[in-house]
Design a protein around this ligand. Structure first.
Ligand SMILES: [Zn+2]
Length: 284
C-alpha cells in the first residue's frame, strides 16, 4: 500500500528539530511520497532544498494568498526560475482567502468617528479592502498563467472566497487543473469543482466529529476526483487533534474516506495515488 501526502509544510520551523524522524514515521505508515508546499518565495526555496535532502520529497512552489501583501507582485521571475527544478511538481499554494483579514481592515469606523468629523476613514477602508482583494486575485492569476506556461497544475487555497476564486479560475478551464486543497465545502461545491475538471483533497478535518458534511462530500466525489493530504503541521486528525500534524497521519485521513465511501483503505490508497501521479509532475 502506498499513500501520497499531497500537502505538507515541511519547511516550517515546527519540523526543524526532528524532520528525519517525521519522514521515517511517514514511510512506516505507508506514506511513501510527500509534497512540501511553499507559501512564499523563501518558503518555496526551502521546500525545494528539502527535496534534495530526501529522495521521497517533492515540492510545490507558490505564494499563499495571505502572504501576497508581504511578497508584493514582483515574485514572478523568482517563481519561474525555481520551477525549473526537477522535483517541483506543481504551482501553489495560491488562491484567495478572505478569512484571514489583515489588521488594518479589521476595524470598521465607529459612529463616534463620524460624529467627530471623520468622514474619510470609511472610504479609505473600502479602498484598502478593494486593493487587498484585487492583489490576491492578481497573484492567483499570475500563478495560473505560470502553470499554463510550464504545463504544471495548481494547488488552490480557497477560504471564505468561493465566488471570487471560481471567477478567477473559470477562464483557465481546460488549460490547467487545480486541486482545492483542505476541502471543507458541500457536496454541491465538490460537484462544481469536478464538473470544471478540478480535484479536491481531504485533510484531518474529515475525522472531526462536526465534519459530517465533509464525509458526505468524500463519499460523493468521483473515484478519480480526490486526493489525500495532511496540511501539516495544522489540522491533526483524531486522535491527535490539537497536536502537531505530520505526514504519517495521511493514513488516518485515508481510513476515514474509506469508511465514508464503504471501500477499503487499500482501495483509497490505490485510487488517490493514481490520481496524484496524474495530477503532479513526478519525475517528468
Ligand atoms: Zn497549506
Amino acid at each position: 500500500m502506498e499513500l501520497i501526502d499531497t500537502h505538507a509544510h515541511l519547511d516550517f520551523s515546527d519540523f526543524a528539530p526532528d524532520l528525519e524522524a517525521v519522514i521515517e514515521r511517514a514511510t512506516q505508515a505507508g506514506v511513501t511520497r510527500i509534497i512540501s508546499i511553499g507559501t512564499g518565495i523563501e518558503s518555496s526555496r526551502r521546500a525545494v532544498a528539502l527535496t534534495e535532502r530526501f529522495p521521497n520529497l517533492y515540492a510545490a512552489i507558490g505564494v499563499h494568498p495571505a502572504h501576497v501583501a508581504e511578497e508584493g507582485l514582483d515574485f514572478f521571475p523568482s517563481l519561474r526560475e525555481l520551477a525549473q527544478h526537477p522535483k517541483v511538481v506543481a504551482i501553489g499554494e495560491t488562491g484567495i482567502d478572505y478569512y484571514h483579514v489583515p489588521e488594518h481592515l479589521q476595524r470598521e469606523p465607529s459612529p463616534t468617528d463620524y460624529l467627530q468629523g471623520e468622514t474619510t476613514s470609511h472610504l479609505q477602508r473600502q479602498l484598502a479592502e478593494t486593493v487587498w482583494k484585487s492583489a490576491q486575485a492578481d497573484a492567483f492569476r499570475m500563478q495560473l498563467d505560470l502553470a499554463v506556461e510550464l504545463g504544471l497544475n495548481v494547488v488552490i487555497h480557497q477560504r471564505s472566497s468561493w465566488e471570487d476564486t471560481l471567477a478567477v479560475l473559470r477562464p483557465y478551464t481546460g488549460k490547467v487543473r487545480g486541486v482545492f486543497h483542505c476541502f471543507g465545502g458541500s457536496v454541491e461545491e465538490a460537484t462544481e469543482i469536478s464538473a470544471l475538471g478540478h480535484l479536491v483533497s481531504f485533510t484531518g478535518i474529515i475525522t472531526f466529529k462536526n465534519a459530517e458534511a465533509v464525509r458526505i462530500a468524500a463519499a460523493a466525489v468521483p473515484p478519480d476526483g480526490y486526493m489525500v493530504e495532511t496540511d501539516c503541521p495544522y489540522l491533526a486528525p483524531v486522535p491527535y487533534r490539537g497536536k502537531r500534524a505530520e505526514p504519517a497521519h495521511t493514513r488516518l485521513v485515508a481510513e476515514q474516506i474509506a469508511a465514508a465511501r464503504g471501500i477499503t483503505l487499500e482501495e483509497v490508497a490505490a485510487a488517490t495515488t493514481r490520481t496524484a501521479e496524474t495530477f503532479f509532475r513526478f519525475g517528468r
